[in-house]
Design a protein around this ligand. Structure first.
Ligand SMILES: NC(=O)c1ccc[n+]([C@@H]2O[C@H](COP(=O)([O-])OP(=O)(O)OC[C@H]3O[C@@H](n4cnc5c(N)ncnc54)[C@H](OP(=O)(O)O)[C@@H]3O)[C@@H](O)[C@H]2O)c1
Length: 279
């Protein structure tokens, strides 16, 4: 009989966007909780960022595999999942977290620059679809967990964020439908809807020309600390919650939208700094 070199008891978690922000913090918090019982597969484009996350998590006892991945390329998503399985033998949890944001009024985007709308969709939506599709048989085999990091902008349209909101609404639809498909397989789907969280995402995101914005168009006072946001996602994931809606405004806003949509539009507009509001 061949003895498998893989350890079945290990909890294997694949996290996309693990080089920075929410994904990196998620890896660190999971390593802190589970130590040697955990294997992390860390994916993003920046090798240096991934290595820094891996070093921290290894220091807490977790095993780490770093896989440089651009989730906007389907083959790279498939290769990520294949490497995870080759290395650890199975996958318990897939966290679809990699994402980019954008801040631009549609009227300010030149027709020739509209390709970045597609690029953003390819990262935020298609990256999640491709990773999830590749991981599905392995997740079913372990009755595992899928986490999708959407956004409040995936529940409520935010002005200046037509591309971002579209990608996050699309994620919401995809993962809600998938959740129902997977009920009998015992695989849970947790969709997280953070509000404004203190990471660099808005600075890294696109402007109207599809270049790095370098500044935030949102009011950041009252933004959530990344550690707090991740604790809520991890609890939701472990308890197999359907949704993690993070802020009181978000919780109220989604119901208010049904009875007072004009008020919700004004609330969404108020989230913007004055200089980026439509003129
Ligand atoms: N921060 C917020 O206020 C907020 C609110 C709601 C939702 N979210 C969502 O939370 C998720 C994480 O955001 P964050 O705030 O942590 O942002 P962040 O600090 O900018 O981190 C984004 C992560 O995604 C990775 N990434 C970007 N493009 C990628 C690509 N093509 N392929 C692979 N990885 C890619 C980045 O790594 P590389 O650059 O190394 O590839 C980085 O690790 C996103 O989906 C975002 O939409 C954030």
């Amino acid at each position: 009989m061949t003895v498998s070199p893989h350890n079945d008891a290990l909890q294997v978690v694949v996290i996309t966007g693990a080089s920075d922000g929410i994904g990196a913090e998620m890896a660190r918090q999971l390593a802190q909780r589970h130590g040697a019982g955990l294997a992390l597969v860390l994916a993003a484009r920046s090798l240096a960022g991934l290595q820094s996350t891996a070093e921290h998590c290894q220091g807490l006892g977790a095993q780490c595999l770093v896989v440089v991945t651009d989730v906007s390329v389907q083959d790279q998503c498939r290769a990520l999942i294949a490497q995870a399985v080759e290395h650890f033998g199975h996958i318990d949890t897939l966290v679809n977290n990699a994402g980019v944001s954008a801040q631009a009024l549609l009227q300010d985007v030149a027709a020739d620059d509209l390709q970045w709308y597609e690029r953003l969709m390819q990262i935020n939506l298609w990256g999640s679809v491709w990773c999830t599709h590749a991981a599905l048989p392995y997740l079913k085999a372990r009755k595992g967990r899928i986490v999708a990091v959407s956004s409040l902008a995936g529940l409520i349209g935010v002005p200046g964020r037509t591309a971002y909101s579209a990608s996050k609404f699309a994620m919401t639809g995809f993962f809600e439908a998938l959740r129902a498909e997977l009920v009998h397989a015992g695989v849970s789907v947790t969709v997280a809807y953070p509000g404004v969280v203190l990471t660099q995402i808005r600075y890294h995101g696109y402007n109207a020309k599809g270049e790095r914005a370098g500044h935030s168009g949102l009011r950041e006072d009252g933004a959530m600390a990344v550690g707090h946001c991740v604790r809520l996602i991890v609890t939701g994931m472990q308890d197999r919650q359907r949704e993690v809606v993070m802020t009181t405004t978000g919780k109220i806003g989604r119901f208010l939208k049904l009875i007072a949509p004009g008020l919700v539009e004004r609330m969404a507009m108020n989230a913007l700094k004055d200089e980026v509001k439509p003129r």
